[in-house]
Design a protein around this ligand. Structure first.
Ligand SMILES: NC(=O)c1ccc[n+]([C@@H]2O[C@H](COP(=O)([O-])OP(=O)(O)OC[C@H]3O[C@@H](n4cnc5c(N)ncnc54)[C@H](O)[C@@H]3O)[C@@H](O)[C@H]2O)c1
Length: 349
């Protein structure tokens, strides 16, 4: 069963809830914006389903809602910042703003950050740059979820990353993926909703393929594209984690399983101003043509349309903004409890 919500009502709830739990109103708005963007796009694994664990970690003092970014090292094009263990949606939005500011002045801005926290959908931040006529990039490291090829223990996270490219009339191209066959969040959602998963998403603790999300959560995620996905995960973790000085690999705690320490997660953000490469409008026109060329390719039988990266999610977002979106009961029930606990309004049908 599901409940239907209007995006503005649920956005207001999320912002009010985080504010009531100790975040400034301005920062609570940032959290709401990132989480609701995920649900609007149908990326339910990284939307409001994460609220209970974020609030729990705030209540336990493992997330520091008053922390501001601290610059540890800076040049005109780069910065290393300390996120202060605040929520990732807040630290990441502010770090990407800093990268964009630098790109406006120098053509490129690169910011890496330690002491961040789970930041939700990587695309939110890359698109902040695309909205400013820049090419955007964001990535994060995560708690170890995958084994190295041939390995039999968790070694590395699935390091989500996103590139966003603006276009003129067409939708921007926004590639956003984790380096595992699927994001762990999809397995968490399947587990909450009592659904089976395909047998090529994960292995059980003994290393066997499984369709049981509970067994998968005890075992290992499989990388996308075998050793290539593993290699890309290493690249992303090196940028987000080794460069920033955050925890990495087996040392990076899980937001669910490590309830004793703040999560020292790492991020890397880059904004490249189109003007640094010539005429921005000409680039966007070429991008439009490129997108049209790609979409007009020959379709396989039973395929109605060819999509660019991000297009399915962006079209879903436009539809959800008009029609609202649905949230599964098992995801919604804890939100009702939190609304009561923090005395904030939660409207739904
Ligand atoms: N913060 C974290 O720690 C964390 C960890 C893992 C994942 N995530 C987030 O979870 C989300 C889901 O990740 P995922 O790896 O499951 O993504 P996914 O597999 O759903 O999509 C990956 C990419 O493929 C594109 N795509 C999908 N179907 C397509 C089609 N038919 N044609 C063309 N392009 C298509 C999507 O638009 C997207 O850009 C992402 O937003 C990611 O950032 C976050």
């Amino acid at each position: 069963m599901t409940v239907k919500v209007n995006h503005q009502d649920i956005w207001n709830f999320v912002s009010d809830l985080f504010h009531a739990a100790g975040t400034s109103k301005e920062d609570a708005d940032l959290v709401a914006d990132v989480l609701i963007k995920a649900d609007l796009r149908g990326v339910k694994s990284h939307g409001v389903s994460r609220i209970p664990i974020y609030i729990k970690r705030m209540e336990m003092g493992l997330v520091k809602p008053a922390a501001e970014l601290k610059i540890l090292h800076e040049t005109p094009v780069s910065a290393v910042v300390d996120g202060g263990y605040n929520l990732g949606q807040i630290t990441a939005t502010k770090a990407m703003r800093l990268a964009i500011e630098k790109a406006k002045k120098t053509g490129v801005g690169m910011v890496c950050m330690n002491k961040s926290h789970h930041y939700g959908i990587a695309a939110y931040y890359s698109q902040m740059a695309a909205d400013e006529d820049m090419i955007g990039f964001s990535c994060a490291n995560t708690t170890a979820l995958m084994a190295a090829p041939g390995g039999a223990s968790k070694a590395i996270g699935n390091s989500p990353f996103s590139f966003a490219f603006p276009a003129k009339e067409q939708l921007p191209v926004v590639f956003d993926a984790a380096c595992s066959a699927v994001a762990q969040g999809k397995i968490i959602v399947a587990n909450i909703n009592g659904q089976k998963i395909p047998d090529n998403w994960a292995l059980d603790p003994e290393g066997n393929p499984t369709t049981d999300p509970a067994q998968a959560l005890k075992g290992f995620l499989l990388p996308m594209a075998g050793p290539k996905g593993y290699g890309i995960a290493v690249v992303m973790e090196t940028l987000a984690g080794v460069l920033s000085g955050s925890d990495t690999g087996i040392h990076l705690g899980s937001i669910y399983n490590d309830l004793e320490n703040p999560q020292d997660c790492g991020n890397f953000f880059m904004a490249m101003d189109l003007k640094a490469f010539g005429d921005a409008e000409a680039f966007k026109e070429r991008m439009d043509q490129y997108i049209l060329d790609m979409k007009s390719g020959k379709k396989a039988k039973n395929t109605a349309e060819l999509f660019m990266p991000g297009e399915i999610e962006l079209k879903k977002e436009a539809q959800s903004l008009k029609e609202g979106f649905e949230i599964e009961d098992d995801t919604f029930a804890p939100l009702i409890e939190l609304a009561k606990k923090y005395k904030v309004e939660l409207k739904y049908e």
